[in-house]
Design a binder for this molecule. Structure first.
Ligand code: NA7
Length: 536
């Protein structure tokens, strides 16, 4: 503690999810730095602390959705299911925190209210709602990219007489839907997970769908002993696959074109992949995101499945009326999603035809019709990637606010550093490939890179690292070029583009050039004495 009452640390990290925990461990135990983590929740877990809605489960397979920095850790943790649910992931992160004694450096139930760079001292001053000020050389945001809830400003919400919830801020005690009239808005990954579970409890569930979505059956099941053993014996191989492919998952894209494969063979491949289930479905051809004709074959296949599963043709029509190429929005994986529409107590409303007018004391009003509801669930996603950063009042050199620098869209270098904000690092920031990748793989890469960068500064007596404006401009171009080389920008209603939040700049935010490419770019930057950064 300094004479001014401020608490001096080498590094301050915001967030105690996957990123913050590993960044803390790396800086504290590998570099011997003093580190403070600030976390608003009362426990570790990050996104999984908040997302406890019915059916909340990871879309990555459990053996790939964990840290790989320690073989010992991989060996000692036992996942129970093919896809871990929110509670199991929290248990896992709790185990990690305990094993490495991480909580000693985490201040819980505290929100960072502002972070300001002081040029004369080259220090970040970070203030919290507990009234503390931390002074840190390094300031690292580990705030997640899908953590700022998007609650649409629908007129009349405050007048609603029932209960309403956003899935990303779910009450820990749960919500009792038994016999209730429930409405859910949103059919992204979250809505698609929640709808089948809520439908089993509710008296009636009305799904309000704006954009129809593809979804692949997850085929979730308990893990067999044989698979658990395989995953522990093959740690190095699994790590190698995840580190050398485009998406960080433990499977590879099969190098063949969908459109160039004869139709009968193509169909047989897709049928088999559909039966196996999960995100691997899209990996059975490697040109789905670059060749529209190839993409069409897969899109048509999924739409045929929807029509075959959903018995009511009117419902099937609404569900299969998809306006974007396959996998250009984050493709959900589900457990009995389309089958749920065969229940008598589930109906669907097409908001593309008639949007929501307002929320009334009794329910949701669309045109002349009022849908009477006891509970409304907003599965309406997040102000993705930039939202969590802009929620903190971050000010860099010359009193420049991050929100002003990013008023027309985010710009930074490698997704990791913003010019004018020296010694600040953003884990899984916009411009990084994280959201197009199996998240822990992207996180470990970001954290390892930042840790090496800081180690190199410490070893060489360097005080400051700052991305140059040119490097950031070039990176923004690179992110654009990478996106435009794919079909991804063709999904106009996508949070990748900021399109889900009214007024948000329409900029394709994630780096779509693939995780392995990105890793190589970052490694080359470091090898070449941190090209694109100014270090003093
Ligand atoms: P998403 O994928 O952003 O989905 C949100 C859904 O809510 C989507 O269907 C939206 O329709 C819909 N939405 C958003 N705002 C509105 C309004 N105002 N009216 C009607 N419908 C609306 O969020 P998720 O939580 O499902 O998933 C986020 C990520 O978490 C996911 O990609 C995985 O990476 C894990 P739209 O498509 O915008 O027309």
């Amino acid at each position: 503690v300094s004479t001014s009452g401020a608490i001096e640390v080498d590094a301050l990290i915001i967030g105690a999810g996957f990123s913050g925990l590993y960044q803390l461990l790396s800086l504290r135990d590998k570099l011997n730095l003093s580190v403070q983590v600030i976390e608003v929740a009362d426990e570790v877990g990050g996104t999984w602390y908040w997302n406890r809605y019915p059916g909340a489960r990871c879309d990555s397979e459990s053996h790939s959705y964990q840290y790989y920095f320690s073989d010992e850790l991989v060996k000692e943790w036992e996942w129970t299911q093919r896809y871990p649910d929110h509670a199991e992931i929290r248990q896992y992160l709790g185990h990690v925190a305990k094993k490495f004694d991480l909580k000693a450096n985490i201040k819980f139930k505290t929100r960072v209210t502002a972070a300001k760079y002081h040029e004369a001292s080259n220090r970040w001053h970070i203030t919290t709602d507990a009234g503390d000020t931390y002074v840190a050389k390094y300031f690292i945001t580990a705030v997640g990219c899908l953590s700022s809830a998007n609650i649409p400003k629908i007129a009349g919400l405050e007048s609603f007489g029932g209960e309403w919830y956003h899935t990303g801020q779910w009450p820990h005690e749960g919500v009792d839907f038994t016999g209730k009239r429930v409405g859910i808005i949103g059919t992204g990954s979250t809505g698609i997970q929640a709808i089948p579970v809520i439908a089993e409890q509710a008296g009636h569930l009305t799904v309000f769908q704006r954009t129809a979505n593809y979804s692949i059956p997850s085929r979730n099941a308990p893990l067999t002993d044989q698979f658990k053993q395989f995953a522990k014996e093959k740690i190095s191989d699994i790590r190698h696959v995840m580190h050398t492919n485009t998406n960080g998952h433990a499977f590879r894209m099969v190098p063949r074109s969908a459109i160039a494969t004869p139709e009968a063979e193509r169909r047989a491949i897709m049928e088999k992949a559909w039966e196996k289930g999960g995100l691997e479905f899209r990996a059975c051809f490697d040109d789905i995101l670059i060749n529209k004709d190839s993409n069409d074959t897969m899109a048509e296949f999924v739409c045929e499945k929807i029509r075959a599963i959903v018995r009511d043709p009117a419902k099937a029509e609404v569900l299969a009326d998809i306006d974007h190429p396959f996998a250009t929005k984050r493709p959900p994986v589900d457990t009995h999603y389309f089958e749920t529409y065969n229940r008598d107590n589930v109906s669907i409303v097409n908001l593309r035809k008639t949007p929501i007018d307002s929320i009334t004391p009794k329910g949701i009003k669309i045109g002349d019709q009022e849908y009477e509801l006891d509970i409304i669930v907003f599965a309406t996603g997040f102000d993705a990637m930039t939202g969590p950063l802009l929620n903190i009042n971050i000010t860099g050199k010359n009193n420049t606010a991050l929100k002003d620098v990013w008023s027309t869209g985010p710009s930074n270098y490698l997704g990791l550093q913003v010019p004018g904000f020296p010694n600040m690092f953003t884990i899984t920031g916009p411009g990084s490939p994280s959201v197009l990748c199996n998240m822990p793989v992207a996180i470990e890469q970001h954290v390892d890179w930042i840790t090496h960068c800081i180690a190199d500064m410490q070893a060489n007596g360097l005080q400051k690292i700052e991305a140059t404006a040119k490097a950031a401009n070039d990176w923004v171009q690179e992110v654009n070029v990478a996106a435009n080389a794919t079909l991804l920008p063709q999904a106009k209603h996508s949070w990748y583009l900021g399109a889900n939040v009214p007024g948000k700049p329409r900029v394709f935010m994630p780096y779509a050039g693939g995780m392995a490419n990105y890793r190589k770019i970052c490694d080359d930057v470091a090898k070449n004495s941190y090209t694109g950064f100014q270090r003093t």
